[in-house]
Design a protein around this ligand. Structure first.
Ligand SMILES: C[S@@+](CC[C@H](N)C(=O)[O-])C[C@H]1O[C@@H](n2cnc3c(N)ncnc32)[C@H](O)[C@@H]1O
Length: 280
């Protein structure tokens, strides 16, 4: 087993992958149905021909750019295990900061109503529901396939979340204390330079018009009608356009705060409607 792990690591490294050893271990654990401790304890055992074939198949696909999470079929994110497929974006580590900001905003708001717009795998909605069972969580997406996957994830986790098929906030009834969204925010031109891994995410999840802000501008125009008094919107955006949107919102009755991601790049926007801007 140790030799197989070394060989996998070397071939992943030669293919230019950034984390060859953790990926080699992840593939081995997946094929051998072992956890981390099991893998360590099994270091002396031989790999069967079937297991070797399965590893070769996964390695070939990984080297061609299939995301590791698609090969493993699931990802640990925000304290929950999510099934991932090509139907929705693989949840990103930086979005865990958006989750933390959301949980911070929910502190002191027992029983609050929260809407996750563009839920994808259900990541944000389900992680909030797991951390705060008192919060009434609704998750929406325009993609029927993504919604189907998010429902599967909710069932697997046994979490109580309402799902809504909706184009942004069109037709959304009721008001929410918190609206959170990691919308498609990349400028369309980024499509040309997307890595093979990113090309496995649906375009619908990634691109947000010429400057990346087309969808989020619509969302923010719709938001006042869906927010409770004192409610707020939390957004993940591209560091290239977060201040552009913050300036636009400041000019239209929103108070905004920009927050950085773990690499120090401004990426998140917290927007609160000034009292006089609230629609009743
Ligand atoms: C960047 S992904 C975020 C997925 C998930 N929230 C996450 O953080 O991993 C954006 C999501 O927005 C959805 N989406 C795209 N356009 C939309 C629209 N007009 N209305 C609602 N959802 C939309 C996509 O289907 C996709 O699931």
């Amino acid at each position: 087993m140790a030799a197989v792990q070394r060989d996998l690591t070397r071939r992943l490294q030669e293919a230019g992958l950034a984390s060859p050893l953790p990926e080699a271990r992840a593939l081995l654990m997946h094929v051998l149905h072992l956890d981390w401790t099991g893998l360590v304890l099994a270091s002396g055992r031989a790999v069967t021909p079937d297991e070797r074939d399965a590893l070769e198949d996964l390695l070939r696909r990984r080297v061609r750019g299939v995301p590791l999470q698609h090969l493993l079929g699931e990802v640990e994110w925000g304290g929950v295990t999510l099934r991932v497929t090509g139907a929705a974006l693989v949840p990103r580590p930086e979005t865990e900061v958006l989750l933390d900001l959301t949980l911070a905003v929910l502190e002191g708001r027992p029983g609050a109503a929260l809407l996750d717009v563009g839920t994808g795998t259900g990541a944000l909605a389900l992680a909030v529901a797991a951390a705060r069972p008192d919060v009434r969580v609704t998750a929406s997406d325009v993609s029927v396939d993504a919604l189907r996957l998010a429902r599967v994830n909710a069932e697997r986790l046994g979490l109580d979340v309402s799902f809504l098929h909706s184009d942004l906030l069109a037709g959304v009834a009721g008001r929410f204390a918190v609206i959170v969204s990691n919308p498609p925010y990349l400028p369309d031109a980024d499509r040309a330079s997307a890595t093979p891994e990113v090309r496995h995410d649906p375009d619908l999840a990634l691109y947000g018009g010429p400057d990346g802000l087309t969808l989020v501008r619509v969302l923010m125009r719709q938001a006042p009608a869906c927010l409770e008094r004192g409610g707020c919107v939390l957004l993940e955006l591209d560091p290239r356009n977060v201040h552009v949107l913050a300036a636009e919102l400041a000019g239209s009755g929103w108070r905004t705060e920009v927050r950085a991601d773990l690499t120090g790049r401004d990426r998140f926007l917290l927007a609160t409607l000034a009292a006089e801007g609230h629609t009743t």
